[in-house]
Design a protein around this ligand. Sequence first.
Ligand SMILES: Nc1nc2c(ncn2[C@@H]2O[C@H](COP(=O)(O)OP(=O)(O)OP(=O)(O)O)[C@@H](O)[C@H]2O)c(=O)[nH]1
Ligand SMILES: [Mg+2]
Ligand SMILES: [Zn+2]
Length: 295
Amino acid sequence: MQGRIVKGVAGFYDVYVENAGTYVCKAKGIFRKDNKKPLVGDYVTIQSLSEQDMEGNITGILPRQNALIRPQVANVDQTLLIFALKSPLPNYLLLDKLILQYKQQDIPILLCFNKEDLVEDADVSRVRSMYEKCGCTLLFTSVKSGEGIAEVKSLLKGKTTTVAGPSGVGKSSLINCLQTDREMETGDLSRKVSRGKHTTRHSEIIPVGNETYIMDTPGFTSYDVTGITCDGLQDYYTEFAEYADCYFQPCSHIHEPDCGVRAAVDAGRIPQERYEHYIEIYRELKERAKRNHSE
Ligand SMILES: Nc1nc2c(ncn2[C@@H]2O[C@H](COP(=O)(O)OP(=O)(O)OP(=O)(O)O)[C@@H](O)[C@H]2O)c(=O)[nH]1
Ligand SMILES: [Mg+2]
Ligand SMILES: [Zn+2]
């Protein structure tokens, strides 16, 4: 039988098989054979062990279209990257790193700023001008007021989308207002006793209807970009391209004289914050390469 892993907790995988239902499976065989960890979103072959108890064994993982590192899910068509405009305030460095990583993996990004109800219009404009040229589809939503939700819904149609983003930004809340079958647990910020408390602890696929699936995932707070070198970093900044007619070629756009990108930043044509994080990430990647080289 063939199915899809919709949830995985502590070595048990829920595998949904069309017209048959959900089997609870173990994956012992795979570990031995391929040394491969099954991911939520994986299409798998299973062997039924008990039809009565709906138990089975995962016998193979079908080739993956892709697999994300954070959140750890497979076979997604796009990611809905969610940050809150406030409570919690966005960590823009983390946001920029995630944009880079999904671009590096060729995953289309819907960049959603939620909790619009908590901020002024001027704050929205500022964030919009920072990210309007970053190469993502930009969305502003409020689960509370319903603002922007219809647009999100229309962009998900017919696709498998994973949510991604920090804890407390409203990922599960948003999923709850997209469908009525499953009520995901959401966490009240004021009740979060200690910082970093996560409400969603496991990734899970939720059918929204009409061949549309969304994955709820746990929030995270930091990220290290992989698979990009410091020299290749600028290729992922779509807003640099039209200004990169620098005197030196190649140009890192950091310290070289007569740099078109730096001039554009000074003139306010490239958002200052995006550029500053570019430098920060560039240095991080360079440091890491040096460390790995000397080890
Ligand atoms: N004011 C306001 N509050 C919101 C909005 N969306 C979600 N919240 C609240 O934000 C808190 C956190 O929401 P969750 O949906 O649990 O956040 P999450 O991103 O799933 O968090 P984790 O599961 O920990 O990763 C809850 O108290 C929600 O009611 C919004 O648009 N406006
Ligand atoms: Mg959640
Ligand atoms: Zn330059």
